[in-house]
Design a protein around this ligand. Sequence first.
Ligand code: DGY
Length: 328
Amino acid sequence: MTKPSILVTRATFPEVLDKLAQHFEVEDNQPDTAWSKQDLIARLKGKTGVFTTSGEAIDADVLAACPELRICANTAVGFNNFDLKAMTARGVLGTNTPDVLTDSTADFGFALLMATARRVAESEHYLRAGKWDRWRYDLFAGTEVNGSTLGILGMGRIGQGIARRGAHGFGMQVIYHNRSRLPAEQEAACKARYVSKEELLREADHLVLVLPYSPEAHHAIGAAELAQMKPTANLINIARGGIVDDAALAAALRDKRIAGAGLDVYEGEPKVHPGLLAVPNVVLTPHIASATMPTRLAMGMLAADNLIGYLVHGKPLTPLNPEVLERK
Ligand code: DGY
């Protein structure tokens, strides 16, 4: 029996490719060459499955050009690179990788919060530049973390992980805003209090963004929202580029309208707004919140299991549009 053909769009772990090769004819991209949309379409023609990262857009054009495609398995929990509506209309299943990255991403959110509050990157650059000549009482004095107010916008699994770390590890008062309020027992587990978005902006000493990207979430934090934050507050974005208006944030940081920011994601990444590169009070990392080797391997294995689950056994593990399965 011939094996179905799949495409793996980016370099991945050999273990993941070995697993896929047991079930599929695999075209991979281990040199990790950057493909244009046309390159992607050319390679995807005739394939029944694709293993993607959040960098490859699977939109209506790609779907129309590749009618044999049956499943797109994203190696990410976020899936704003998928046009899920178009996929559903064409009967193409989408899958993502929830759960396996929750803790390492929440750890990183907290690392970025700490680095921003305590000015870790800025002070390290100062030291490496040979500028440190003596101890001073206010040298890189930052914002208090323990006992402060942690605000979380978007209270899914990762948001709750950050809330637990803040409440139980650092004695923080946790407030959150989300499209829907959590059940009482989940709020109690992370000692979190539901508030309006206005109260969240006004009260948070550290505001962490963990909401999924959607057109409604575009520029959820812009000039007006930044103006409502405390001048001593820090903003942390580990969600998606586009949720923050990066130009407005750069201006707020430049004018010290907020104390600092820690960013892992950017509008139009891998490009970074030049205004953010020009200010010292921001910690900038290259979209690495889930990047530990065990977590990245688990993400790759889950994406592979989704391809195998669907194309071989008819049962994907983490479908995004299960209505496609119901139609079969
Ligand atoms: C995710 O899982 O969504 C991460 O941001 C990786 O893209």
